[in-house]
Design a protein around this ligand. Structure first.
Ligand SMILES: [Zn+2]
Ligand SMILES: [Zn+2]
Length: 161
């Protein structure tokens, strides 16, 4: 079975180990892996995982039940990753993505830049910016990749994903 997060990897080799952490003992090693596993958790209605990977500072009064309900009430249509980056401090990260889902007959396109923080060794979702500014084709790629010490242009880097 292919993973729900559309990585084209088998579920068992992609998000499953993180969703079944009690069994596997594995934590999502990067903000991107966490982002993908959270998308899979929405598809599966795994509110416990969504809450456990939500930074306590920003989860407010959200409950596992609400997250489960939101996950199961939507039909998840796709996840596209725009770029991801881990900051130099090693404890902050960014994933920009587009998610499409159908809710009450309406298709929603969510374009978000999500911010992650590593707390006690675990990456957690902190918050996000909806509809972030468009990345220019000739801009240095926000993923931070360089070639011969020169930042790669977006059009030659993550735009090609
Ligand atoms: Zn996956
Ligand atoms: Zn890039």
């Amino acid at each position: 079975m292919l993973c729900h997060c559309q990585s084209l990897q088998p579920f068992a080799a992609c998000c499953a180990p993180y969703l079944n952490r009690e069994l596997s003992g594995q934590l999502a090693p990067t903000p991107l892996a966490l982002m993908r596993s959270r998308y899979s958790a929405f598809v599966l209605g795994n509110g416990d995982y969504l809450l456990a990977t939500w930074h306590p500072d920003t989860q407010g009064s959200l409950t596992s039940e609400e997250l489960t309900e939101h996950g199961l009430n939507c039909q998840w249509l796709g996840l596209n990753i725009i770029f991801t980056r881990i900051e130099a401090d090693g404890i902050h990260g960014v994933v920009e993505f587009k998610v499409r889902y159908r809710e009450q007959g309406r298709v929603v396109l969510l374009h978000e830049q999500s911010y992650f923080e590593r707390v006690a060794g675990r990456w957690l979702y902190r918050d996000g910016l909806i509809n972030p500014p468009k990345i220019g084709a000739n801009q240095p790629c926000p993923c931070g990749v360089t070639q011969h010490h020169i930042p790669k242009k977006y059009k030659h880097c993550c735009a090609k994903r």
